[in-house]
Write a protein that binds this ligand. Structure first.
Ligand SMILES: [Zn+2]
Length: 83
């Protein structure tokens, strides 16, 4: 089981969330400053996109196959990987 580090864009506090929880559409509150952190694959916050990408990678590893469906129903597939 893997925990993914999330950096609050407001107070820069680092906290961890289990990868299975992190998916597009999730919003959590920073445990330090209560800033809402919205996980959106189109987020302008690089840390959010990195966390989403990391979570997806862990999920793929855990399942052993590529899952093409996302229960959130959002355009998570549009996540672009910079190369
Ligand atoms: Zn914070």
């Amino acid at each position: 089981m893997s925990m993914i580090e999330i950096i609050c864009g407001k107070c820069t506090e680092i906290f961890k969330e289990h990868h299975s929880k992190i998916r597009s559409g999730l919003s959590v509150n920073c445990r330090t400053c209560a800033q809402p952190i919205v996980f959106d694959s189109n987020s302008e916050d690089l840390n959010i996109r990195k966390a989403l990408a990391a979570a997806r990678r862990f999920r793929l590893q855990a399942s052993g196959e590529i899952q093409t469906h996302e229960s959130a129903g959002s355009a998570d597939i549009s996540l672009q990987t910079a190369s």
